[in-house]
Design a protein around this ligand. Structure first.
Ligand SMILES: Nc1ncnc2c1ncn2[C@@H]1O[C@H](COP(=O)(O)OP(=O)(O)OP(=O)(O)O)[C@@H](O)[C@H]1O
Ligand SMILES: [Mg+2]
Length: 351
């Protein structure tokens, strides 16, 4: 579905990100990017706990950046979405649209009445009269809740996407997609890890794991007996402020231990992918999300997966006006921007 000029609005557990792109003769330009923190517990376990507060923050990010355009693309992740590759007899797009609700029933563990279903043909001739279809189902209640929050902020949601697909769009916008290689895109947020394995240029496995950087915040908060905000500050503040006290070393030690845990979770998903796929050999990993900065994560992944792990920079291929943006601080926030940039890409035309 094309939706011209939508702004990417990534509503995360720890912060909201806004990204706006524009197609120019020279390439894709970054028009706007910003993120603002959410008070802890605004969203918990993927549920909006304080809807008015969240709407207020959404309004704020638009007004702070003087963004008057109000059409947005938002996204879902976690347990509220199910993505499956299924095999169906060859049929036209129209036939698929007519039958998918009925076909989907056997693949969805929820009552089909409670979900929105979408499907896309990813391989029209998979052999023996079959085609490969990507089935996406999302709980209606969760979508409605999100749409209400967004509309209460006087913003018009035009597109509801899925984090893992937005991640792919951010990647494709900024890097040449390898055609004969398998790469894993991994976004590690505060509460969710989104995985999208791209084989031969196609998104061939997606998975959300409901853990993330919050695990480390929790652990620091427990070990040092400090409130959540302080723990959050301790893990993200610059090394110099902490190194005086030896606290830094302790934070790093905890971080490395917690990261091992995240690495194991990621490895488990990738092992599952490997067991069910022919393009199992992942040659490189592109990592994004705020918690990608967590000490021990990149090294741990590299060691355990035996693949090259690098940062996914969602601004890599964008035209950026140095008069409008502070380039150094933009590069610092690059890891958290991936999903928002991927969503904003939906505004550039037919995606
Ligand atoms: N320098 C850093 N070191 C360690 N962790 C960091 C750093 N910077 C940010 N983080 C962590 O990254 C997480 C936020 O990342 P991100 O903004 O991608 O998540 P989110 O989109 O808000 O959450 P989710 O997508 O899981 O709902 C937080 O847990 C935060 O503490
Ligand atoms: Mg996120």
């Amino acid at each position: 579905m094309a939706a011209k000029n939508v702004i990417g609005l990534d509503i995360g557990t720890s912060s909201i990100k806004l990204a706006q792109l524009k197609e120019t003769k020279k390439g894709t330009q970054l028009v706007n990017f910003d993120s603002i923190m959410l008070p802890p517990d605004t969203i918990r376990d993927g549920q909006v706990m304080h809807a008015p507060q969240l709407s207020e923050r959404i309004q704020e990010i638009f007004s702070l950046n003087k963004v008057r355009h109000k059409k947005v693309a938002v996204s879902l992740s976690g347990h509220s979405v199910i993505i499956k590759k299924i095999s169906l007899p060859e049929m036209t797009v129209e036939e698929l649209e007519d039958s998918i609700q009925w076909e989907a029933e056997q693949y969805i563990p929820f009552d089909i009445k409670d979900v929105f279903v979408d499907a896309e043909i990813i391989n029209p001739n998979a052999g023996q009269g079959q085609m490969d279809v990507l089935l996406v189902a999302a709980k209606k209640a969760i979508i409605e809740e999100m749409l209400d929050v967004v509309r209460d902020a006087r913003v018009d949601p035009q597109v509801v996407d899925v984090d893992a697909f937005a991640l792919y769009n951010a990647f494709e916008l900024n890097y040449p997609v390898p055609v004969e290689e398998t790469v894993a895109l991994i976004n590690v947020g505060a509460a969710t890890i989104n995985i999208n394995v791209v084989a031969d240029g196609l998104s061939s496995f997606t998975r959300d794991i409901t853990v993330g950087g919050n695990q480390l915040t929790e652990e620091i908060s427990k070990q040092f007996a400090v409130p959540w905000e302080e723990a959050e500050h301790m893990k993200t503040s610059s090394e110099t402020t902490l190194s005086m006290s030896g606290v830094l070393r302790e934070v790093q030690r905890i971080s490395e231990r917690v990261s091992e845990n995240l690495v194991s979770e990621i490895q488990r998903s990738l092992d599952f992918f490997a067991a069910t796929s022919m393009n199992a050999n992942i040659s490189s990993v592109y990592l994004s999300g705020g918690a990608a900065l967590q000490s021990g994560l990149i090294d741990g992944l590299e060691r355990r997966l035996g693949a090259e792990v690098r940062a996914l920079n969602p601004f890599n291929n964008l035209i950026i006006d140095p008069k409008k943006f502070d380039l150094a601080s933009l590069q610092r926030t690059a890891p958290v921007a991936a999903i928002a940039v991927g969503l904003a890409r939906r505004g550039l035309g037919d995606r």
